[in-house]
Design a protein around this ligand. Structure first.
Ligand SMILES: Nc1ncnc2c1ncn2[C@@H]1O[C@H](COP(=O)(O)OP(=O)(O)OP(=O)(O)O)[C@@H](O)[C@H]1O
Length: 260
């Protein structure tokens, strides 16, 4: 079931550097939400706070009302959180199927002992997960690549493999960090259709960090704009693009004045 996400006054400091300052927003279940802002605004750091890779200095982060601030990434996956990274972290020597199958790890029953003993029930669960991963790849039109090493595929397909790996964990909240980075125009259009299909077929909330405003406009219901670690505004993608504060943050005050 799609999850809600709430951030309240999230602060993240590294020594004297204030990376995030009092960031608050709420994401309703089932929507596609955008997080945009200039380079260095703090978008990936915010994702890292939500996914447990960074521990905020203060504030609150709740998923479906449950406080998760400071939780370990692995525990958050079990709670229904999945994410992709700006630079896909894939096992290049392993096949596409093996990489995607890893996404289902937390859904498998039993602990290290039953896996070490290779009990029949764990073998059955493993076969079931592989077949689910294959079905996902077939539906994505990637069945042809299932048994190829990931290292032989293009950057665009790496992004796809990472997305389907994240989906195999059956997330209720999916964070996508710059999914369009390095994709061609055609690949971006395909990605937009893929995300629309995922939202229709899975009961899921999606938060996207992205610089590609065409993608943000095509997909998101609402966006938050960050600048220098602070929330600058919240609204629709169209409102963000015409907001003078956002234009100034992207191109600088003098250029924004000239353009006005
Ligand atoms: N582990 C860290 N230690 C120190 N500073 C950090 C750390 N992680 C991020 N920062 C700093 O936080 C700021 C925000 O970085 P972040 O990568 O979150 O921005 P971003 O909005 O995702 O940028 P981009 O769009 O370029 O990816 C930067 O100044 C960065 O140097």
């Amino acid at each position: 079931m799609a999850a809600s996400l709430s951030l309240n006054d999230v602060n993240l400091h590294f020594g004297g550097v204030k990376v995030l300052q009092e960031v608050s927003f709420h994401v309703e279940p089932g929507v596609i939400f955008g997080l945009v802002g200039p380079n260095g605004a703090g978008k990936t750091s915010l994702f890292n706070c939500i996914s447990g890779h960074y521990k905020p200095s203060s504030g609150s982060i709740t998923i479906d009302g449950n406080e998760v601030l400071g939780s370990a990434p692995f525990g958050l996956v079990r709670l229904g959180l999945a994410r992709t990274f700006q630079h896909p972290a894939l096992q290049l020597n392993e096949t596409v199927l093996q990489n995607v199958r890893l996404g289902g790890h937390t859904r498998l029953p039993g602990g290290p002992v039953s896996w070490a003993l290779r009990l029949p029930s764990t073998d059955r669960a493993e076969r079931g997960m592989r077949s689910e991963a294959l079905k996902l790849l077939d539906r994505a039109g990637l069945g042809w690549a299932a048994h190829l090493p990931v290292g032989e595929l293009s950057h665009g397909l790496h992004k796809g493999v990472e997305l389907w790996r994240a989906l195999l964990s059956n997330p209720s909240l999916l964070l996508l960090d710059e999914p369009a980075a390095g994709l061609s125009h055609t690949e971006v259009q395909q990605f937009i259709q893929t995300v629309k299909r995922i939202q229709t077929e899975h009961d899921i909330t999606i938060v996207i960090v992205e610089h590609h405003m065409g993608l943000i406009s095509a997909l998101t219901d609402r966006v938050v704009v960050l600048d220098h670690g602070r929330k600058l505004m919240e609204g629709t993608a169209a409102e963000a693009q015409s907001d003078p504060r956002v234009i100034e943050a992207y191109i600088g005050k003098d250029a924004a004045d000239d353009a006005a």
